[in-house]
Design a protein around this ligand. Structure first.
Ligand code: MRU
Length: 351
């Protein structure tokens, strides 16, 4: 695929470069992260964001933290590794990709028979492998999703599940890029995505950069767009999908899923297998991040709300599996009944 929006992350040999997504679309600013603490700050403050991208950033952050280790024994090294992992997992609780990437490195480090210098090298190689595999997964999601959306002319998406949220291509946006490359430009209705406006700032930006027709709407316009018959499907990403198919994604996704059902529209969740968490059975078990009330009371630094007003600011919600038409994964689409089919697909392919 030649259509390539810029990747939000790049390993520069001795440090991680990221696009500071808090500055988009006004400025395209690249940050050079040399330490674990800088990566932690970037994840917490959404400079790098989106489930797969924070998993990748965390993997490199772990290497940046552990490369300075002076541990003389494997045991001391693994203990230090655990401490760095805890720092990274304290950043954002909902997207499972972060935990998945760090668990993968930890589990492999335990079985690699190397001493600390060798372990450091292997951890870097594992972070690079995770990066490459996530890019490959998103490319495959693009191909699978493009086949599924064949014939669809307009879709609605939410938040940002594009290149900026992944290694490249995105999840929900990947099929759109693939169809665009084949000369089949879909119109994409993009919800603004309050409170942090990922739709306005990021999705509208990256699709426009790629020359894909975008219509931006505020979140409360989605029902009208659906009622007028302007979209044929909804496609979103995911932060964590549990065993029965319940799915955590950006706050507001749940409402869109109900609206899609009411209007007879397909509701697709596009996600790599690194976003599935089979250790949890049902959506209510997913930890939901709550963020600073200022994200709701202020816009661009300007206070909108009366001082001291009580605020509820969950960053994600959980869409019950019954509203989901299919998951689009790199291993193909998964249809209901999800309790059976998710496990069957993931476990069969992992073994
Ligand atoms: O708070 P954010 O911006 O990290 O939330 C991102 C989302 O909810 C995305 O839809 C999700 O991570 C999927 S990204 C491919």
């Amino acid at each position: 695929m030649t259509l390539k929006p810029p990747s939000p992350l790049c390993w520069r040999g001795d440090h991680l470069e990221i696009i500071d997504q808090t500055r988009l679309p006004g400025e395209l600013v690249y940050l050079q992260l040399h330490t674990l603490e800088e990566v932690v700050e970037a994840i917490k403050n959404l400079r790098v964001r989106g489930a797969p991208a924070i998993g990748i950033a965390a993997a490199f952050g772990l290497y940046l933290g552990i490369r300075e280790s002076r541990a003389a024994t494997r045991e001391a090294f693994l203990q230090e590794l655990e401490e760095k992992i805890q720092l990274l997992t304290s950043t954002r609780p909902t997207a499972v990709n972060l935990f998945w990437a760090l668990d993968r490195i930890k589990n492999r480090a335990r079985v690699w028979g190397e001493d600390p210098p060798g372990l450091k090298e292997l951890i870097l190689r594992e972070a690079q492998a995770i990066f490459q595999e996530e890019e490959d997964r998103c490319r495959k999601i693009g191909e699978e999703g493009a086949a599924l959306l064949e014939g669809v002319r307009a879709v609605l998406t939410y938040c940002n599940a594009g290149t900026l949220a992944t290694a490249r291509y995105g999840t929900a946006l990947a099929p759109i890029y693939f169809l665009a490359e084949r000369g089949r430009l879909l119109r994409v209705f993009v919800c603004e995505t309050r409170p942090l406006l990922q739709g306005v700032r990021l999705t509208a930006w990256e699709l426009s950069q790629a020359g894909i027709p975008v219509t931006l709407i505020t979140d409360n316009m989605a029902p009208t767009v659906m009622a007028r018959g302007w979209v044929e499907a909804v496609i979103v990403g995911a932060d964590r999908i549990v065993a029965n198919g319940d799915t955590a994604n950006k706050i507001g996704t749940y409402g869109l899923a109900i609206l899609a059902r009411e209007h007879g529209l397909s509701f697709y969740v596009a996600a790599p297998t690194s976003s599935f968490d089979l250790t949890l059975e049902e959506g209510h078990q997913i930890p939901i991040e709550e963020r600073d009330p200022r994200e709701v009371t202020h816009l661009g630094g300007v206070a909108l709300a009366p001082q001291g007003v009580e605020v509820f600011n969950p960053a994600f919600d959980v869409t019950p599996h019954r509203y989901i038409t299919a998951f689009i994964t790199e291993k193909g689409p998964i249809y209901p009944p999800f309790s059976q089919n998710i496990k069957a697909r993931l476990l069969r392919e992992r073994s």
